[in-house]
Design a protein around this ligand. Structure first.
Ligand SMILES: Nc1ncnc2c1ncn2[C@@H]1O[C@H](COP(=O)(O)OP(=O)(O)OP(=O)(O)O)[C@@H](O)[C@H]1O
Length: 269
């Protein structure tokens, strides 16, 4: 195995293996240890299905996914979803500690220190006695980030984590995530619809085709780090990379829209 994550000939068919819906078609991908990879693609191309397979929540119909588990003291993956995932009956502090406890890697005071550190980093420390329903949407998503980082996973999986946030909060969260990641440099797979978000955060952006999803392009993002959102967005390089991505993706989005229209028409016949 050469990468941290190896995807080898993976396909996903929902329903009957022969006549079911082929969501992902024979994809190959290698992600290096410590690499931040963003995946973009039209709606319905199989991005969530793919990341769910990385998390072990779905299984490939063909091929295999291998994630190197190099350190048994660390969980292999932690996932952050688009939707809030805090337990409403637990305090902020207990929610943040939950991942560590659930993965069986809780080590008393040392773990508590780690949880407190990430509560501080995400600006939630003074809210640690609150319940999730006393937090705003942005704060709840910061709680998910604190919980995931606290587990110190070998691979952090993020499925459109900021999609439900308003634009201002999204910009702040992107920068906060970039800063946190630059400190820890775990391997990250990040699904997004935002091309600017992908260029701002990623070392590499992988583009998926319309369904059935395949990888059709991989773009290295050589922008210097640390990346400060406001500064980097003003650079010509940022604009050029975002435009290059849209040149490739725009065609796929139009194809996906046509597929959708054809499907609706066929269903109405
Ligand atoms: N459990 C399932 N059973 C049947 N079909 C499914 C299932 N899960 C996903 N699909 C289908 O597989 C395709 C890919 O879905 P997926 O959610 O992975 O796409 P996506 O790229 O993440 O979409 P979006 O960007 O809109 O979130 C879609 O057509 C979806 O309807």
């Amino acid at each position: 195995m050469t990468g941290k994550i190896e995807v080898d000939g993976v396909a996903k068919v929902f329903g009957d293996p022969q006549r079911g819906f082929r969501a992902i078609d024979k994809v190959d991908l290698t992600i290096a240890d410590g690499e931040f990879v963003c995946i973009v693609g039209p709606s319905g191309c199989g991005k969530s299905t793919l990341i769910r397979m990385f998390a072990g929540l779905e299984h490939p119909s063909e091929g295999q996914i291998q994630i190197a588990h190099d350190n048994p003291d660390r969980p292999v993956t932690a996932m952050i979803f688009q939707q809030e995932s805090a337990f409403p009956w637990l305090t902020v502090a207990d929610n943040a500690a939950y991942g560590l406890r659930a993965s069986g890697t809780w080590k008393g005071a040392e773990s508590q220190e780690r949880v407190d550190y990430f509560l501080q980093k995400t600006g939630l420390y003074s809210f640690r006695g609150f319940r999730p329903d006393q937090l705003s949407g942005g704060m709840k998503q910061r709680l998910s980030i604190a919980r995931a980082f606290a587990t110190n996973p070998e691979v952090l999986l993020m499925d459109e984590p900021f999609a439900a946030l308003d634009e201002q909060n999204k910009l702040i969260m992107q920068e906060e995530l970039a800063t946190l990641w630059e400190e820890f440099r775990s391997t990250v797979v990040f699904i997004t619809h935002g091309l600017d978000e992908a260029v701002l955060l990623g070392d590499r952006v992988v583009v998926m085709s319309s369904a059935p999803g395949r990888f059709i392009h991989s773009l290295d993002i050589d922008l210097p780090r640390p990346r400060k959102s406001a500064e980097i967005r003003r650079t010509p390089e940022f604009g050029a990379l975002t435009a290059e991505l849209w040149d490739i993706l725009g065609h796929e989005v139009r194809t996906a829209r046509q597929q959708e229209a054809d499907r609706i028409q066929a269903a109405g016949r």
